[in-house]
Write a protein that binds this ligand. Structure first.
Ligand code: AMP
Ligand code: GLY
Length: 426
């Protein structure tokens, strides 16, 4: 089968690596792909992941049998609708179902309507109304969220009124995130460990994958700016069997049933961003695709054929599969460009030394015509590893990252430390 992957990050490389193991995959394309994906797939750097009509034409012309739009932008723009209308089946939600990530107003409304636990909230359609609400607000922090996609930057945790007012003005009057800030949500601040659960969903059946935890701040000790994610571990030590059963009954199945009841059945990977609050698990956010870098710790633990899962999700027969996972744990450490997540330079050559049993996923790299590899983004490489224990996986990943360098490279040295401490206290 000929497969097309749409996207260019470490997540897409992890998906490509997993799909390449399937004996039925004979050819892969990636739009646009990256320097690592290029070893497994023919990359098409001249096309962008959001150029849906051009992607469809490419897919038809190149005999693509199955497509995997893996990033939020193409999914929210309707990549699945456009490709499936041309007869190419896809793994992923259509545009209507992708609203679970594409619109916070939609997802919060769904949770309120169907009694799915989440932070209390109000929606505002004008800066005046939001500022008037803040005039009467006596308890901080509050969390302010732009309705639409904002490159992961549309959430502000405002510790006081001045910060809250500034966030409202930035989003709604100064249009910091364009039309994504036409509406905002102001919500209650929740506390507790954060856990991500990716799940396969075929419109009806939900199969959760291993739980995971991201490290969003740029520097050790959760200092520095928010990033797309500096490292992940799986499984999360906070996600007990009891919590998992509760999430299935109170959150996962109710969400999938609610989407079906709304006439928007969700198919694809549904990302549950959860907070385990003193009052029980609550939804912080939904994403309509694999997390990045969560996919880089979850997919290496998968034993079953990923293509067979993708096809079963698309065909609505996920319930027939028995998906198998490796025991143990996984860790991923992100190697980033100096200056990320603010200004950084690219084009530095990458030296890849001995990495042992670690897996090197490429996130922001480019393969030059002479075969050399250079940096091409903020998050450059993801060094992942599995192990019988989390400590073992972390050791393999950190031993490897010491042998991978480029000018200005930095990484967090404390990925998984909190998880190890939580395990030690269990
Ligand atoms: P999001 O972009 O929705 O993932 O939000 C970014 C981060 O903001 C989350 O990972 C949480 O750490 C934090 N966050 C979002 N909503 C809340 C909330 N209601 N209470 C506390 N923290 C939150
Ligand atoms: N790592 C967070 C995300 O993919 O949205």
């Amino acid at each position: 089968m000929t497969i097309l992957i749409i996207g260019s990050g470490g997540r897409e490389h992890a998906i490509a690596v997993a799909l390449a193991k399937s004996p039925r995959v004979t050819k892969m394309y990636a739009i646009p792909g990256n320097g690592g994906i290029a070893a497994l797939a023919e990359c098409v750097p001249d096309l962008k992941a959001v150029e849906l009509e051009k992607i469809r034409d490419f897919a038809v012309a190149h005999g693509v049998d199955f497509a995997v739009p893996a990033a939020d932008d193409p999914l929210c723009l309707g990549a699945v609708d456009v490709l499936e209308a041309a007869g190419i089946p896809c793994f992923g939600p259509n545009k209507a179902a992708a609203a679970l990530e594409g619109s916070k107003v939609f997802s919060k409304g769904l949770m309120r309507k169907y009694g799915i636990p989440t932070a209390g909230y109000e929606v505002f359609g004008s800066a005046e109304a939001a500022l008037a609400y803040l005039d009467g607000c006596t308890s901080y922090p509050v969390v302010i969220k732009a309705d639409g996609l904002a490159l992961g930057k549309g959430v502000v945790i405002a510790r006081g009124e001045a910060q809250a007012r500034k966030a409202v003005v930035d989003m709604m009057q100064n249009k910091k995130f364009g039309a994504s800030g036409n509406q905002i949500v102001i919500e209650e601040f929740l506390t507790g460990p954060e856990v991500t659960v990716l799940s396969f969903v075929d419109g009806e059946t939900v199969v959760p994958m291993a739980s995971s935890t991201d490290h969003k701040r740029a520097h050790d000790g959760d200092e520095g700016l928010n990033t797309g994610g500096m490292g992940t571990v799986a499984p999360s030590p906070y996600y007990s069997e009891e919590t998992a059963a509760r999430c299935m009954a109170e959150i996962f199945l109710p969400t999938v049933r609610a989407m079906a009841a709304e006439g928007k059945p969700f198919k694809g990977c549904l990302y549950f961003g959860l907070m385990l609050t003193p009052a029980g698990p609550k939804v912080i956010e939904y994403n309509c695709r694999f997390g990045d870098p969560e996919a880089q710790v979850v997919l290496p633990l998968l034993e079953s054929d990923l293509l067979a899962i993708f096809e079963a999700v698309q065909a609505g027969r996920l319930g027939e599969l028995n998906i198998r996972w490796k025991p143990g744990a996984a860790a991923c450490v992100v190697l980033a460009s100096g200056g990320y997540p603010e200004k950084y330079a690219t084009g530095f050559s990458i030296a890849l030394g001995e990495v042992g049993d670690a897996i090197v996923y490429h996130a922001g790299t480019r393969l030059l015509p002479d075969g050399s590899l250079v940096t091409a983004g903020g998050r450059v490489l993801n060094i992942a590893a599995t192990g019988a224990t989390l400590a073992g996986a972390l050791q393999t990943a950190y031993a490897a990252i010491a042998n991978v360098t480029f000018e200005g490279a930095f990484y967090r040295r404390d990925i998984g430390q909190k998880a190890l401490e939580a395990l030690a206290n269990q």
